[in-house]
Structure formats: C-alpha cells, structure tokens
Design a protein around this ligand. Structure first.
Ligand SMILES: [Zn+2]
Length: 383
C-alpha cells in the first residue's frame, strides 16, 4: 500500500467535500422556495417596506444590495435597493425607478416593491431584463409625507419640512433644478401643495435622488429613469417645463407607447402616452431633470387606480393592490424591453460573452480537476 490511513482519510474527506458542494447547491434551490413574499393585502408602513427590503437583501445577498442614500427632514432613512443578476459584472447600465414622491399616491410604493419582487424572486422569468442591466429602485422617496398621509391627513402630498408660519412641505416633483418655478403661480406659495421649495434642491429627498442620477450619468450607466405616480393613467415623457420636443422624442414616445399598449393588452385599461408639457408646462420635475443631465429615457408613469369603471383616487382597495401593481409591472417591463432594444450595450454584450466564455472554461477545468481527483482516489483505494 503506497499511502497510510491518514492519507486515505484525507482523500475521503476530499470526495465528501466535492459531494457537499453539489448538496449545498440543491439545498440553496430548496431554500429559495421558502422566501417571504411581498404582502399586497395591505398598504405597508415605511418600516414595513424597509423590513421587506432587509429580508430580500438577507436572502439574496449575492445579487441584491441596499444603500442608505440620505435622511429626510424628520430623520427617516432613505434607502435604495440595487438588483443585479449576480454575475459579478460591474458597470452595467441602470434602470432607475423611484416611487412615492407624492405622499398620498399610496399605490406607487406598492408597485415599486412589486417590481422589486419580480426582478429578485422572479429572476428566472425576467433574466433578460438583468443580463446587461442593473436596476436601482427607491420604493419611497418621501417617507415623511407618506407617514403623515397615513396617520394624519390622507390627502397630504408634499414633504414635511417647515416653510415658516404654519405652512409645511415642498412638492418633491417641483423641486428639481430644471425650469424651477416655471409655470403656474402656486409653486411660489409656501402654504400650497404645489410649493416648489425655497430654492432648487432645498429638500434632502430630492438631493438624494439627484446624487444617484448624477453618479449614474458620470459613470456612463444612465439608461432609463421612471418615476411612479398616480392616477392619471398616462406615460409622460420630457419636456414638462417647455413645449419643444426633445432630440430623441420619437424613441421616448415609442418606449412610452410600448408600456401603455402592454398594460392595455394585459388588463384592458387605456393608458395615454404623451409629452408632459402638452397642456400647461411647469418646472422642477424629476423626469425633466434626469433627461437634462443625461438619461436618454425618462418617464413619469401615472398608474391607473381604476377597475371595472370605478376610480379610487389615490387609494384603491387593498383587494386590488396586487392586480394594479401587476398592471404597472407589465408596463415597466415592456418599457425596459423597448429601452434595451433602442440602447443596446455593445461593450457590455462583448464583455458578457467574454465573461461567459471565461466562466464556462473555468467550469470545465474545475470538472476535469474533480474527475482526476476522483480517479486518483479510486486507484489508491483499490490497491
Ligand atoms: Zn404624483
């Protein structure tokens, strides 16, 4: 016998460890089925939303990461979730989705979280949306206002920062530095829900979104921005603050159209799609700002909040949340597919192919190594 008992034991352990790798993979697949589900039977509190994001980040740590991106006036933490397919490739273009800018539009955070669930838990079905693209979702950009809307004044729309006297709040979607205070007069009234703030980016919430946008633009990763609102049942695209069309108006419109038509086909709800300034232009919107700094595609997706001829203002009954959120996801995913078609990432695809080749050759070498080890072990044991 060429080897002692200790060596044989080491070889046995090696074989077991190889087997263990496969077992771990199987157990991993089984574990996924036990994931906590998004509860669409209720309107979450902000803490409830953060709990759900924490659970996802914990259970899918290989492809999901949370970032703290700021603090609100009332010191609530602003969080985003970055969703990847877990291939480890960095620098992919990003689709950035933000919800809940207007506090009373309770359906929009539900829709954002539903999109998160589809992309994270439903990765297999939506793998094409994450192959060369990452997603960043901010499910609630205005938690102060949302919490106030839930607990004090259902119709509240703005942030909760003080404006002097007994007037509070700035309209987040008038506070961006693009055509600021252009349009109707109420934007200058600190006691109105249209108040655009004391200056552009006066609000920590808008500054947080701005910084994310800017970083994506600076790193060449800005593809599409979607801000979720309700309940105009329309896909709006820039400009909002002026009536001239954008340079890529045709593409902007086609992407909007693909979302509107997909939702109509899925649920029968008629969505419009149009340049936002079609009626009365006004300034300070996030969709204009995103477009102005370099996102080629930028939208305000106004959800429907209606079913079977009934409209529910900003608060559809909880029994309808799942299907309304699903409707919005049909629109968002259709828009993403069209965006990818219009703005393919050639370098990313090349890198992806290289990465796949690299990964498959690594896989083959690993398998050959495993087989050689097993053959050696069998030879030794048989002597
Ligand atoms: Zn809104």
């Amino acid at each position: 016998m060429l080897f002692g008992d200790n060596t044989l034991c080491a070889l046995c352990m090696l074989i077991l460890s190889i087997t263990h790798i496969d077992l771990s993979l199987s157990l991993g697949l089984a574990r996924v089925e036990l994931e906590p589900k998004l509860n669409t039977d209720v309107y979450y509190s902000y803490d409830g939303m953060l709990d759900y994001l924490d659970q996802l980040a914990n259970d899918y740590s290989q492809r999901v990461v949370l970032h703290t991106v700021g603090k609100t006036y009332e010191n609530r933490t602003l969080k985003t979730i970055t969703i990847t397919n877990g291939d480890g490739r960095t620098g992919k273009p990003v689709i950035f989705v933000v919800a809940g800018a207007h506090a009373r539009e309770w359906l929009t955070p539900v829709a954002a979280l539903y999109a998160v669930e589809q992309l994270v838990v439903g990765l297999e079905e939506h793998r094409h949306l994450l192959r060369d693209y990452d997603w960043i979702v901010m499910p609630l950009v205005n938690p102060d206002g949302y919490t106030y809307s839930r607990t004090v004044d259902k119709w509240w729309r703005s942030t909760r920062s003080p404006n002097g006297g007994n007037c509070f709040g700035t309209n987040i979607n008038r506070n961006y530095d693009i055509g600021w205070r252009t349009g109707y007069a109420a934007q200058s009234d600190p006691c109105q829900e249209h108040y655009a703030g004391s200056e552009p980016f006066s609000e920590p919430e808008t500054r947080a979104v701005r910084d994310i946008m800017q970083e994506l633009v600076d790193t060449g990763r800005a593809l599409m921005y979607i801000s979720l609102h309700s309940h105009h049942t329309t896909v709006f695209y820039p400009w909002t603050y002026k009536s001239v069309p954008t340079d890529n108006a045709i593409k902007l419109r086609e992407v909007a159209k693909s979302g509107a038509e997909a939702m109509h086909k899925a649920t029968g709800t008629m969505f419009s799609y149009e340049q936002a300034s079609l009626n009365d232009p006004f300034g300070g919107t996030s969709l204009d700002y995103a477009y102005s700094i370099g996102f080629p595609l930028s939208y305000a997706l106004e959800l429907s909040g209606q079913r079977n001829g009934n409209t529910f203002d900003f608060w559809p009954p909880t029994t309808l949340l799942k299907e309304l959120a699903h409707e919005s996801w049909v629109g968002i995913s259709a828009m993403a597919e069209k965006a990818i078609e219009y703005y393919p990432t050639l370098s990313a695809e090349t890198e992806s192919a290289t990465s796949q080749t690299r990964s498959s050759s690594t896989y083959s070498l690993t398998n050959i190594f495993k087989i050689l080890l097993l053959l050696t072990a069998i030879t030794i044991l048989s002597q």
